[in-house]
Design a binder for this molecule. Sequence first.
Ligand code: B12
Ligand code: SF4
Length: 415
Amino acid sequence: MTILLINPNRYQSPPVPPIGLEYLAGALDSTGHQYQVCDLCFAENPADVLTRAIDSVRPDIAGITIRNIDTVIYQNNLFFLDDIAKTVRQVHDREVPVVLGGAGYSFMPEEILAYTGADYGIAGPGEGALPVLLDRLADGAVPERTVLDGFDMPFDRSLTPGRGELFDYERYLGSRGLAGFETQKGCAERCAYCLECRRDRVVFREPDAVVDEIETMVGRGISRFHLCDTEFNQDLGHCKRFLHALIDRELDMQWALYLKSRPYDGELFELLAASRAELVTLSLPTGTDWLSAASEQVQLARANGLKLVVDLLVGLPGQTIDEVRRIIDTLREAGPETVGVNSTIRLYKGLPVTDMIMADPAQQRYLLGETEGNDDCVRPVFYQWLTVDMLRDIIGDDPLFKIEGFERTSNYERV
Ligand code: B12
Ligand code: SF4
């Protein structure tokens, strides 16, 4: 079959190359299926570009990647699914069925399928599942609205021939964007407000295969990267094997990554510095049991010449103002490069925090956003008891802290 892989993501603060589609293309290369890509990110008239692509490729099916449902932050939230639903209708007008996938899509696959009116979906990695779906469609044996679980289908991620070539990297990198790469999928933590941990599996990639991929991209003139793992430090053994492999290759590149508050040790930071990591973004959960670990990580980063910024979420149900004050004071003392503070929690169906709030009428007065007729939370719903004014009161005029939602910049653009 022939599939047209469409990137509808036109959010440009910063623009992000559609790495998910590149990995899918690599997987399709090794099957009997054909693909073409259509990137709407920088298109002046996306509807025209899409129509022209469909008419010239004449695909059997279109695959749309949904990276973001919305921008997650309350204050200046942008919601993307209405535009994506329009794109689905435009493809349907040409009598081409649509399969959805992507990081945002995988958060609520059934609900987003219904919201956009698309035909099929793949939740999680698509490398194994997409060829299976295409095979089944070629045999004519797929019931409508089928959603496959990509974690259930094995795949080989050593094949990434198109990386850095399929999309206009010059344009992305020239417009504040960075290239990405992935060493694993999934997260082993169980944060009550995060959907990343819905699956209890983390799928690791072979370090040498990842470094081969980076080397290919460096060979294509790309030198600045952002890691696309949820959080890098899932398993220190795997981290260190990857870092040794990267250091040994002596590539002319720099990279940024997300770390969570555990596990870590001094050697991890030494290896990160030796591997030319330029920026660590430390994601901190609510609560306080990680506070001393966070301070130590800030010190380790500094001792190894690494820049470290913090992404901080506060304001879960039950947290107190005193606790938030203690967190802010500790971070002020530790002194990372900047701390992005967010106190509104994007609720999704099925999250422990959503269930907790929906079961307690006293908490529901803190709901913001689209609370009516939106039980599945596809349209953005937020929880916030700790208002921006309360946060400002705690933070004072300390420029170290940036309350999220008032400027459109990414972690790596703030240092
Ligand atoms: C790294 C990252 C960033 C980096 C990106 C750097 C870079 N150059 O790539 C930076 C810091 C720039 C960033 C920015 C933002 N991010 Co971000 N980011 C991530 C992160 C951690 C990884 C995304 C990624 O590339 N994954 C690796 C690729 C290979 O996986 P993938 O895209 O999911 O693709 C696989 C599958 O989904 C599937 N698939 C993908 N497409 C398709 C299509 C079809 C047809 C099929 C069948 C399958 C399929 O197969 C692929 C291969 O396995 C995710 C969380 C996560 N774990 O995914 C958040 C995440 C995607 N980001 C998110 C958000 C909100 C943003 C911002 C909007 C933040 C903001 N307010 O500014 C911006 C948006 C930027 C933009 N232009 O889109 C949210 C989206 C949540 C939501 N409600 O939709 C996520 C999920 C984090 C979260 N938990 O909230 N981000
Ligand atoms: S550590 Fe980060 S990615 Fe993992 S579940 Fe918690 S918030 Fe989500």
